[in-house]
Design a protein around this ligand. Sequence first.
Ligand code: HEC
Ligand code: HEC
Length: 461
Amino acid sequence: MRRMYLLGIPVGALVLTAVWADTGRRPPVLELGALTEVAEPGEELAGGATTVTDTGRNSFGRSLMNMDHARWPDFHASKKVFSRDWDDTRTGPVIVGPLFSAASCMTCHVKDGRGRPPASPKETPVSLVFQLGAPEGRGPHPVYGEQLDSHAVEGRTAEGHVEVSYEEVRGEFATGESYTLLRPSYRFKDLSRGSLGDGTPFSPRVAPANFGLGLLEAIPEETLRALADPDDANHDGISGRQNQVLDVVDGQTKPGRYGWKANQPSLRQQIAHALVADMGLTSEVYAKEQGHEDGAATGPEVTPEDLERLVFYMRLVAPPKRRDWETPPVLRGKAVFRAIGCSGCHVATAFETGTVPGFPELSGQKIYPYTDLLLHDLGEGLADGRPDGLATGQEWRTPPLWGLGLQDAVNGHTRFLHDGRARNAEEAVLWHGGEAAAAQERYVRLRREDREALLAFLKSL
Ligand code: HEC
Ligand code: HEC
């Protein structure tokens, strides 16, 4: 069972030692007082012995630190498939499409890092995709399929484009300073086969960073199941549950791990799905393209070897080491993170990975990804209204927070959340609602020093 600790005391038995400071009509400032602020041995090694020490602009694309040198040639050959532009004759035959969102994995997972929403309404989204649902009920859109394809091969027309604009939303901290958030809205345009239809659910999703995924795959199933608390038996207001999704190879329903809604059960299926849904490339896993049969491939286009190379590559890209983890503000921030309930979902203790056949590097590692990989209702503000497996329109998988502080160095931006609406980590926190509303409210009530400490901690990840 999951148990939440506040100020080091299980919440059920909490005797609140905090002192309320009176600030008039605003909610009272939360004085957390003294907290235990110590570094755990090894916590800076987010991925255990796999952790890379590079903190520069290529720090998300490095191989596991403990990788056997004999794997180098394979790692490089695999990286080439990941960065291959499938619409460029110089890298091989053009088999991308006919309709697609981008022609290489790297276009969206820029430098193995994260995508972003467009910088202005004029710019077309590239690494922000729009997954579509059926106007009534479940399943893909009857005409446009699972995802709007913003590109097409020569002689074909793209399915459409989306204009993204933002409205400012204001809020205030308990200490009196104000903040603004950006609420996105979307306009579908240039639709090649007519309107999407009233009430069509859609899910805007930014490409997440791609390191450390082999380690996440190696967290034992029982560990995650033990963290789930679907009926909130411990009454902490947080009821994580596993998504259950179809394994298209054996037809079984399995717990989901990847994607913003934990909508894919394994790295292999996630990657095969990326090939077909993002790039119009069929494989032995998905041999048929969806939603645009006209001119679509009828058999696997990507060779089994290339698919396995991509899976191999994704397993072997490492998470980066933390910075400044021993400084007083960061240690204070870590304590605040736990005290206000962030760790109820972004698990702040280490996981131990299981044994991965053929990958001793990934086995038995002590890792700190800061996620439970479970689904949580984050409230209406972040809802996409599009169910995915068991996930409702308000549920999202807790994203890992490791590497968060290096995103700016790698990708040149600090956009966060599934649709990239948050301009920095603080805005991401301020958007939390639903099961995370209590943690968000506590954040809003923190003293400024504690907010800054929490942000310094996030930056150190
Ligand atoms: C058009 C942009 C785009 C392209 C091209 C693309 N991806 Fe993705 N990728 C995404 C988005 C968006 C998600 C989140 C999907 C979801 O939530 O369903 C994602 C998710 C993933 C994930 C899961 C990550 C996680 O943390 O759960 C992996 C792995 C992945 N992609 C690998 C690849 C590989 C390999 C390729 C090339 C074969 C590729 N992607 C091509 C946009 C893209
Ligand atoms: C109830 C579970 C839950 C709690 C509690 C919670 N989070 Fe989250 N967090 C999530 C989920 C789910 C998302 C993804 C939401 C989305 O993308 O729409 C998220 C996203 C984030 C992100 C953006 C990550 C990214 O990759 O874009 C940050 C940063 C973050 N949380 C920090 C915090 C902090 C700090 C706290 C404590 C104040 C906190 N969270 C409390 C579940 C939680």
